[in-house]
Design a protein around this ligand. Sequence first.
Ligand SMILES: Nc1ncnc2c1ncn2[C@@H]1O[C@H](COP(=O)(O)OP(=O)(O)OP(=O)(O)O)[C@@H](O)[C@H]1O
Length: 261
Amino acid sequence: MEAAFEVDGGGERLLGLVDGHSPEMKIEVRDLTRVSDKGVRILNKLNLDIPKGLIMGVIGPSGSGKSTFLRSLNRLWEPASATVFLDGVDICHLDVLSLRRKVGMLFQLPVLFEGTVADNVRYGPQLKGTKLNDNEVYKLLALSDLDSSFYSKSGGELSVGQAQRVALARTLANEPEVLLLDEPTSALDPISTENIENALVRLKKEQEMTIVIVSHSIKQIQRIADVVCLVVDGEIVEILKPDRLSEAKHPMAQRFLQLSS
Ligand SMILES: Nc1ncnc2c1ncn2[C@@H]1O[C@H](COP(=O)(O)OP(=O)(O)OP(=O)(O)O)[C@@H](O)[C@H]1O
């Protein structure tokens, strides 16, 4: 999907055009602010539109607020009401568990539950009283770049990269519409990283999944993201296409990009 983006005067809102048509916005963020208990501003009036079916990369210096922002999107951190909308609905008005099914999350390090890979994949649907059949489990494994031999392995037998793919399959079992990933490959070797990246790109293409990925790897973002959001000191300072990152104007953004490339 060829996407063209235009940023408004403040550099904060994404006014997107996809193939010449206005894309459907999956998530809208409006004046999202977080102040710590000590009065420090962690997020400062973030405004962002996240189009459906695209991969948005989030990059920025350490401590700039990327994880906090990501966690606000499925209420792992509770945003103020009327600041985050999913399909136009204020997420604070949604049942938090159903929100987290729709907006799944994968963390830096996978934590698998006891039992087999299949038990892990079946976990989410089971909570709703649905038992996935073998074929459904195999399909989720395949979506996560794992072959059927993993079905009956236990978590302890897996490498971190394999466990991360099982964690992905477990998240996908909830049939999310949005996937949030917080540095999902920073603990992985290049091959495992490529496996995860391939899975993400396939999910976008085949299921129109909306994906928001925080990464410290600018190269990774350039490989898979359709649009990049640059966060500095709790503010979105640039929204760019990945091949135009060098055009970032904010001085901190330029410095960060120079040091990271
Ligand atoms: N619960 C909290 N209470 C107080 N301060 C917090 C809390 N969570 C995060 N912070 C602070 O908010 C700022 C942003 O943290 P956050 O983890 O969102 O940044 P980040 O960009 O994801 O960093 P990194 O790239 O290092 O993971 C940091 O200064 C952090 O210390």
